[in-house]
Design a protein around this ligand. Structure first.
Ligand SMILES: *Cc1c(COP(=O)(O)O)cnc(C)c1O
Length: 418
C-alpha cells in the first residue's frame, strides 16, 4: 500500500508541474530565474499575458524598448527590410552601415564605428581597441581602470571588467589587468592613471545594474581631464544610458565631454539585437582589415531598426519627453512617499530612475506583477524604473500610484516588527 502510494505520488509529481514555465525549465539551462509570467503581445507601454491580463511595463525589457512595444512605424520598416534583404555578411559593403554609422558619429561627435550584436560584444570591441592602443605605445600589459559595482556584460572579458564578484563567481581565471576603484571618486584614480601601463578608464556614466548610481556633475569632466593629461582613453559604456534614456542622446552629454570610445546596445534597436562601438581620435583608427569582425554584426535588419529608432526619437522629440517624464515621475513619487519610513533616496537622470529602500526588496517585483506593473529591483534594495519614453499622463499616474502603494505596504509589513 505504501509502495503504491509512493508510486502514485511519484507519478503525480510531473502532472502537478504541467505549466509552461516548469516544462521549459527542463530543457533550458538554469541560468535565468524568470518571474511566473509570459507575455503574448504588447502595444505601447503595455504587455499582455495569455489570460488577457494587462501589465504596465516600466522596465522596457531592461532599457531596450524605449519606443514601447509593437511600434507601428518600426514594425513596418522591419517588415520592408525583411522583404528586401536580411543578411549578406561583411564580405561585402553594407550601405545601411554607412548610413547608421554617419548618423551615430554625428549625434555623438565621434569618428568611426564598429557594429556588433549585443552590449557585451560592443564592450569586447572596446577592450580590444584599448589593448591595441596600449601595444601601440609599447606597453605589453596594458591596464584598465574600472569601477566597483559596474556592469559591462557576461563574456569573459566583460565580466572581468565588471565590478561584481557574484557575476565573476566560478569563472576564474578572469582576464587580468582590470583595476577596480570606487565609482564617483576622482581621487581614487588620480595616482593610478599616472602609472605608465594604465591606458584606459572604463565607466558607465550612470551605473545601471549597480543601483542607478549617478555621479557628481563634474565627475566625467574630471575624468576627461585626467585622461587627457595622462594620454589614457576615456571609455564610456552607454549601453543602458544611451539613445535618449537620460534626456540626452548620450548621458555624457549632460557633462559636455566627448569620450574616446563609447559603446551602445539595448535601446539602439528597440528589441532587434544590435551593439555599436564608437571611437574618436587615435582609437578611431586602430582596427585594420582583419583586426576584428562579426558574422551578424551590422546586418541590414539591425541597421534598419536603429536608423528607424533614431528617426522616431528625433521626430517625436523623445529626449525632451524623457527629461519631462523623469521629472514628473520622480516628483510625484517623492510626494506620495513623503513620510514613508525607509525610503533612502529617489535618484534619476531622465527616465533612468532608482528608488533606494533601507532593506532588500526583490519581492516587490512579484508583488508589482500581481498588480499588473512591471518593475525591476537591482543591487538588492534599489527599485529601478526604465519605462518607455512614450508614457502618457494617465500611465504616469497609474505607474506612480500603484508603485507608491506597493512600497508603502512593503515598508509597513517589513518594518512593523522593528
Ligand atoms: C546590459 C548592459 C551590458 C551588456 O549588454 P548585453 O547586450 O546583455 O550583452 C553592458 N553594459 C551595460 C551598462 C549594460 O547595461
Amino acid at each position: 500500500m505504501v509502495g503504491f502510494l509512493q508510486a502514485v505520488l511519484r507519478l503525480r509529481l510531473p502532472f502537478s508541474l504541467v505549466n509552461s514555465q516548469r516544462i521549459t525549465c527542463m530543457t533550458l539551462m538554469a541560468n535565468y530565474a524568470p518571474l511566473p509570467v509570459s507575455f503574448t503581445h504588447g502595444q505601447g507601454v503595455w504587455l499582455w499575458d495569455a489570460d488577457g491580463k494587462a501589465y504596465l511595463d516600466a522596465v522596457s525589457g531592461i532599457a531596450v524598448c524605449s519606443l514601447g512595444h509593437a511600434h507601428a512605424i518600426l514594425a513596418k520598416a522591419l517588415c520592408q527590410q525583411a522583404q528586401t534583404l536580411l543578411h549578406t555578411s561583411n564580405l561585402y559593403h553594407i550601405e545601411l552601415q554607412q548610413q547608421l554609422g554617419q548618423k551615430l558619429v554625428e549625434l555623438a561627435n565621434m569618428e568611426t564605428v564598429f557594429f556588433a550584436n549585443s552590449g557585451a560584444e560592443a564592450n569586447e570591441a572596446a577592450i580590444k581597441l584599448i589593448r591595441l592602443y596600449g601595444h601601440q605605445r609599447q606597453i605589453s600589459y596594458p591596464k584598465i581602470i574600472v569601477m566597483e559595482h559596474s556592469f559591462h556584460g557576461r563574456t569573459l572579458a566583460t565580466l572581468s571588467a565588471t565590478g561584481n564578484a557574484k557575476i565573476q563567481q566560478g569563472f576564474a581565471p578572469l582576464l587580468p589587468d582590470f583595476i577596480q576603484v570606487p565609482f564617483n571618486d576622482i581621487h581614487a584614480i588620480q595616482a593610478l592613471v599616472e602609472q605608465h601601463n594604465v591606458v584606459a578608464v572604463m565607466v558607465e556614466p550612470v551605473q545601471g545594474e549597480g543601483g542607478v548610481n549617478i555621479p557628481d556633475n563634474n565627475y566625467l569632466q574630471q575624468l576627461r581631464q585626467l585622461c587627457d593629461q595622462q594620454q589614457c582613453l576615456l571609455v564610456l559604456d552607454e549601453i543602458q544610458t544611451g539613445m535618449g534614456r537620460t534626456g540626452q542622446w548620450f548621458a555624457h552629454q549632460h557633462q559636455n565631454i566627448v569620450p574616446d570610445i563609447m559603446t551602445l546596445a539595448k535601446a539602439l534597436g528597440n528589441g532587434v539585437p544590435i551593439g555599436a562601438c564608437l571611437a574618436k581620435g587615435e582609437a578611431a583608427k586602430l582596427f585594420q582589415a582583419g583586426s576584428h569582425g562579426s558574422t551578424f554584426g551590422g546586418n541590414p535588419l539591425s541597421m534598419r531598426a536603429a536608423l528607424t529608432v533614431i528617426d522616431i526619437i528625433e521626430q517625436q522629440q523623445l529626449l525632451t519627453k524623457a527629461t519631462e517624464l523623469g521629472k514628473q515621475i520622480t516628483h510625484k513619487l517623492a510626494q506620495e512617499l513623503a513620510g514613508v519610513e525607509g525610503v533612502v533616496a529617489i535618484r534619476h537622470l531622465g527616465l533612468m530612475i532608482g528608488i533606494e529602500l533601507n532593506q532588500p526588496c526583490v519581492d516587490l517585483m512579484k508583488q508589482a506583477l500581481a498588480q499588473g506593473l512591471l518593475i525591476n529591483v537591482t543591487a538588492q534594495n534599489v527599485i529601478r524604473l526604465l519605462p518607455p519614453l512614450i508614457l502618457n499622463s494617465e500611465e504616469v499616474e497609474q505607474l506612480v500610484s500603484t508603485l507608491a502603494l506597493l512600497i508603502k505596504n512593503f515598508q509597513d509589513q517589513h518594518l512593523s516588527g522593528h
